[in-house]
Design a protein around this ligand. Structure first.
Ligand SMILES: NC(=O)C1=CN([C@@H]2O[C@H](COP(=O)(O)OP(=O)(O)OC[C@H]3O[C@@H](n4cnc5c(N)ncnc54)[C@H](OP(=O)(O)O)[C@@H]3O)[C@@H](O)[C@H]2O)C=CC1
Ligand SMILES: O=C(O)C1=N[C@H](C(=O)O)C[C@H](O)C1
Length: 268
């Protein structure tokens, strides 16, 4: 039985991850870690997640549960994820990272630790979004520069980073297929007298409202037609199940930086 630790255990994803691990026959929750100041330290993780007692008392520090897990699943904040990753790098534990909003330097740090331990790092763990990434690659390659590309994403009011990690990954996939560098062609929102759209830009629009779990649309438009490729998540369980699948896939893998395209065998 592989023992999983979940950081940010009381967060939106943390609770659903605990439920998904409980539903997996071959995985068990070894540790659940909450904020060091949290009043939930010592509380049963299963009870907190609404699935009934599971005998795992929540900890306030990953070092306190070092021997209780084999794989860490971390959906938290960039700086916390990097601290936890460094810890796992030293302890020789595999890590699944769902955290978004990292800078290039932070992503580079993830890659460096990935030279020492197996790491799956993906902005969206759902099977659906990962299939969409492949559809986008095909669509962009066939449609080419005649089609304007706009990426529209919507998330709940509590989300802290924008655009979403998924939208940015979609932009990277489309830019790559079109032979562009996203850093040079991305336009984030528009306001005022912007002038006409330049042919090669990839636009991003962000919506933050209510309880939207996660919607992404990539729009390809030219004179006379448009194509919209949309993914809508209606439950966080889709992300949690993907993370559980990644944890299972990571068993026995050598050190390296992997993503969900590796986990789902979607790479060419
Ligand atoms: N890759 C994917 O498929 C997905 C990725 N995400 C990403 O996952 C991340 C988390 O999202 P979400 O669950 O909605 O966010 P939440 O804010 O609900 O969860 C983060 C949790 O981390 C906790 N936390 C803060 N500081 C510490 C600390 N020092 N030690 C332990 N825990 C701490 C917070 O506790 P407190 O509130 O008490 O501070 C909170 O419970 C985001 O980056 C999001 O974009 C989300 C969904 C899918
Ligand atoms: O914060 C969220 O909720 C989500 N974040 C991820 C992202 O930034 O792409 C994935 C998902 O859309 C939900």
């Amino acid at each position: 039985m592989t023992r999983i630790a979940v950081t940010g255990a009381a967060g939106r994803m943390g609770k659903v991850l605990i439920e998904a691990i409980d539903e997996a026959d071959d995985l068990t929750l070894g540790a659940a870690i909450v904020h060091p100041e949290s009043s939930l330290i010592g509380v049963d993780a299963g009870e907190m997640a609404g699935i009934g007692k599971n005998g795992v008392a929540m900890a306030g520090n990953i070092a306190d549960v070092r021997d209780a897990f084999d794989v860490l699943i971390d959906f938290t904040f960039p700086d916390l994820t990097l601290e936890n990753l460094e810890f796992c790098g030293r302890a020789g534990k595999a890590v699944i990272i769902g955290t978004t909003g990292m800078t290039d330097a932070e992503k580079e740090q993830v890659a460096m630790v990935g030279e020492r331990i197996p790491v799956v790092f993906a902005p969206n763990m759902s099977v659906g979004v990962n299939v969409v990434l492949n559809l986008l690659k095909t669509a962009a390659a066939v449609l080419g520069d005649d089609y304007d590309v706009e990426i529209i994403e919507a998330h709940h009011r509590h989300k802290k980073d924008a655009p979403s990690g998924t939208a940015l990954r979609m932009g990277e996939v489309v830019a790559d297929a079109l032979g562009r560098d996203l850093k040079e062609c991305a336009v984030y929102g528009r306001e005022g007298f912007t002038g006409e759209r330049s042919g090669k830009e990839i636009g991003f629009e962000t919506i933050r409202a209510g309880d939207v779990v996660g919607d992404h649309t990539v729009l390809f438009a030219t004179m006379g037609e448009r194509i919209e490729i949309t993914h809508k998540a209606s439950s966080r369980m889709t992300f949690a199940k993907g993370a559980v699948r990644a944890a299972r896939w990571l068993q026995g893998k050598p050190a390296g930086l992997y993503d969900m395209q590796d986990v789902l065998s979607l790479k060419d």
